[in-house]
Design a protein around this ligand. Structure first.
Ligand SMILES: *Cc1c(COP(=O)(O)O)cnc(C)c1O
Length: 427
């Protein structure tokens, strides 16, 4: 059987790293296309600023309906010095420079990185509908969107999404609040507690036997039949991507507040867990716009779901999936359990990410355990994928400057579930 026109043997000869990937070994891949001039990059800093301005217009609304926020959907940047010491000890290495954790596990409402992309796509759609029907103007105080009148208006429309869990949670919560009918198509790897929580929030949850791609296809097909239905397409969405990219402007501010310079002598290296690619891709795009050559971005994927790595390495992007290569896409990192990368992301990030590495599930649990012991921070397994990055970079002899590990989720994990994960990471 051919894979994108070549036999498996030919692919392996061309890309010997595939052997290790197929055997589920952890790998570190340096991107040979980094720094090439991007071809046909259709996005600019202006696009990110437009998304940021949209979030700002919605601040009064968020403040009103989610009183636990001050209207700003943002997360803390935390120095994790004890964890740095723990990593150095566990892996017998020295990590140069500061180690910081970008705590998207603390993002209000959704408790994961999906609050960035998911919320942006939803507010853009809601705004467009309301502006288009002349019941809102851009100069209004958007807290009016919490009025009954708007809830009734939005209840004539529906929003659908396919998800392994967290995007479903973010889409399930916000549009339901606005008044939309929400349906979430979940893959078989979605955690039970995520489905339960969504139903509790009023969303319709449809479960599928297959993986992420199956859930996404099912949602897309169901939505296409209805004019009033809007589909959040995690495999191909500019609006998700731009929502994530806003994080770069926010991170710049947080680094400034700490007087952390980013320049040639103090580069910034960022480690991002990767599923379909929108989250890490959008953030890396934004960081590249903000910091240029002084930022380095690495993506991290489970050894059982290295879809972005294979897509980038073979240059086939969404034309191949891990299952084509006999890789099973079964991982405890539900947020990263994606067999086929986003069509939107791969081509776009190709020239500005530094590399991709893979990580075993056992190591995710181990790092989850270590992080709690060192810093008292509770994350979900997917959110630890970035944490081994500074060790890789240190072992390669580089790594001066500032390291930011992106923690992508965890706040909504029920305590009993978290405790089990923590126990699995005990030596
Ligand atoms: C979705 C998700 C990611 C990765 O984002 P993608 O856009 O799928 O690449 C990382 N961590 C967690 C916890 C997630 O839910």
């Amino acid at each position: 059987m051919l894979i994108a026109g070549k036999s498996l043997q030919d692919w392996k000869i061309k890309y010997p790293l595939l052997d290790n990937l197929i055997q589920y070994k952890e790998v570190f891949w340096q991107n040979p296309s980094k720094g090439f001039s991007p071809s046909g990059l259709d996005l600019t800093l202006e696009d990110i600023k437009e998304a940021e301005a949209r979030f700002e217009r919605f601040e009064p609304y968020f403040k009103k309906v989610f009183p636990e926020t001050d209207g700003v959907i943002e997360s803390p940047l935390t120095e994790i010095d004890e964890m740095k010491t723990a990593l150095e000890k566990e892996y017998s290495t020295t990590i140069k420079g500061k180690l910081l954790l970008k705590q998207d596990d603390r993002l209000p409402v959704a408790g994961s990185i999906k609050a960035r992309g998911g919320f942006h796509e939803v507010i853009k759609h809601a705004e467009k509908l309301a502006l288009g029907h002349n019941i809102l103007s851009k100069d209004d105080d958007y807290s009016v969107l919490a009025d009954k009148k708007f809830e009734e208006f939005f209840s004539a429309f529906s929003i659908m999404v396919g998800s392994t869990g967290n995007l479903g949670l973010s889409i399930g919560i916000l549009p339901a609040k606005l008044g939309f009918n929400v349906t979430v198509h979940m893959s078989s790897d979605a955690k039970q507690w995520k489905k339960d929580l969504l139903r509790e929030k009023g969303a319709t949850v449809i479960e599928h036997e297959g993986d992420f791609s199956v859930a996404v296809d099912a949602g897309r097909a169901q939505c296409e039949e209805k004019l009033t239905c809007y589909y959040v397409d995690d495999e191909n969405s500019k609006d998700l991507f731009m929502g994530y990219a806003v994080a770069a402007l926010r991170l710049k501010k947080q680094l400034d507040e700490r007087n952390i310079q980013v320049n040639e002598n103090n580069p910034l290296t960022v480690y991002l867990p990767c599923g379909v690619g929108g989250g890490p891709g959008g953030i890396a795009f934004g960081l590249n716009q903000v910091f240029g050559d002084h930022v380095h971005c690495y993506f991290s994927e489970p050894t059982h779901s290295p879809s972005m790595l294979i897509g980038l390495m073979t240059n086939q992007h969404d034309k191949v999936c891990v299952q084509d290569f006999g890789i099973d896409n079964l991982t405890a990192a539900d947020g990263l359990a994606v067999g086929r990368p986003s069509k939107y992301v791969g081509q776009r990030v190709k020239t500005y990410i530094d590399g991709v590495y893979t990580i075993e599930d056992e190591r995710l649990y181990r790092l989850l355990h270590m992080l709690y012991n060192a810093e008292g921070i509770k994350l979900e397994p997917s959110a630890l994928a970035g944490m081994i990055g500074p060790v890789h970079v240190a072992k390669q002899g580089s790594g001066k400057g500032t390291h930011v590990v992106w923690a992508t989720g965890g706040r909504l994990v029920p305590d009993a579930v978290w405790k089990e994960d923590y126990e699995k990471g005990k030596l």
